[in-house]
Ligand binder design. Structure first.
Ligand code: ZN
Length: 132
């Protein structure tokens, strides 16, 4: 439906929040920890799209691993979908590998599923559907 948000891996949520508040001219409107992913997220609005800053809460977090390997930066692009199960089936059919076999609970009241970056020109793609 649209680019729902862009996820950015950061070392320090504290300083990244200050930077993005300056950049976007508005404060973060929500902080949320996703225990299952060992991340704390912070959301900014940028028009129709959001910026999701991601900080690891443990060294075992995927965000820690990402920053170790590639440094801070864009971690994923999230597309909002109407029906996540239908989109997962469509993509699988088209040969994309999905990183989770069933949608899981993400931040910001969403069902999420990730598509393997190797199948998307190195870009980690997230599908997300609003929880209803
Ligand atoms: Zn995300």
């Amino acid at each position: 439906m649209k680019v729902e948000h862009i996820g950015i891996a950061v070392r320090s949520l504290e300083s990244a929040e200050q930077l993005f508040a300056k950049l976007l001219g508005s404060e973060s409107y929500k902080r949320e920890t996703v225990e299952s992913e060992s991340v704390t997220t912070s959301f900014f609005k940028a028009g129709e799209t959001k910026i999701e800053l991601l900080e690891a809460t443990s060294p075992a977090s995927v965000i820690s691993t990402y920053i170790e390997k590639r440094g801070e930066g864009i971690h994923h692009i999230a597309f909002e979908v109407e029906d996540i199960h239908q989109e997962m089936a469509r993509l699988q059919e088209a040969g994309f590998r999905l990183l989770n076999s069933a949608p899981k609970r993400g931040a910001d009241n969403k069902w999420v599923c990730f598509v393997h970056p190797k199948d998307c020109n190195g870009v980690l793609v997230e599908l997300c559907q609003e929880l209803r």
